[in-house]
Design a protein around this ligand. Structure first.
Ligand SMILES: N[C@@H](CCC(=O)N[C@@H](CS)C(=O)NCC(=O)O)C(=O)O
Length: 216
């Protein structure tokens, strides 16, 4: 039985494509077109009351019954648990992973998005202050990752984990808030390393296909 994956082509969804490909799980993608506001339709709100993608429904979920999961970080944990992929059993290693996953969910996830938005508005009256504030925070988070990836091969530890999956898609578009990975050699090294994984290449190819299918 398959996993129904409600998705779009944007960053938080890319994490789930990467994980589904890594775990080799069967899934069906259901495009929720954000440009048509499909995420706010009642039929999708019945799946995710928060009106955002990604969301999954595992038809063979907990207790063998359909189980719905929302929030990309929770979906990554769920899929790691379900498949046993990228799920270290040593509690110390697992909580290192969970900490860096939560760092991404509360830090770069929302902050890079806001920074991108306010960066694009910075010449509009009253927008200079929020643009500067979010740019500063986004660059600070990049410096945190840069230091971390200078000490450790991957984000959470010396092995690839769902924390890397969570951060990777957001690093592909830092120029949207005026940053460049050229200035962050440790992130650049790690970004290339993760990008070489066959599952990541498959996920990127699928997302490109979705982009073509959904081009207006
Ligand atoms: N915290 C959520 C954020 C999800 C999110 O912001 N999704 C975006 C696409 S990447 C979305 O659905 N935006 C449409 C909207 O906000 O109406 C997660 O990590 O899953």
């Amino acid at each position: 039985m398959m996993i129904d994956f409600y998705c779009w082509r944007s960053g938080n969804n890319r994490k789930i494509f990467m994980m589904l490909e890594e775990a080799g799980l069967d899934y069906t993608r259901h495009i929720v077109n954000l440009e048509k506001q499909e995420q706010k339709r009642p039929e999708f709100l019945a799946i995710n009351p928060n009106g955002k993608v990604p969301a999954i429904v595992d038809q063979d979920g907990l207790g063998g019954k359909p189980f719905r999961v929302i929030e990309s970080g929770a979906i990554l944990i769920y899929l790691a648990e379900k498949s046993g992929t990228l799920r270290p059993h040593d509690p110390r290693q697992w909580f290192d992973v969970v900490q860096w996953l939560m760092w991404q969910m509360g830090g770069p996830g929302p902050m890079f998005t806001e920074s991108h938005y306010f960066h694009s508005q910075k010449n509009t009256p009253d927008m200079a202050y929020p643009a500067e504030r979010y740019d500063k925070e986004a660059h600070r988070l990049l410096r945190v990752a840069e230091k971390r990836l200078g000490e450790s091969e991957y984000l959470a530890a010396d092995f690839y984990s769902i924390a890397d999956i969570a951060f990777w898609p957001h690093c592909a578009s830092v120029e949207r808030f005026g940053a460049s990975l050229d200035a962050y050699p440790n992130i650049e090294r790690w970004f290339a390393l993760v990008g070489k994984r066959p599952a990541v290449k498959r996920a990127v190819a699928i997302i490109d296909k979705v982009r073509i299918e959904t081009a207006a």
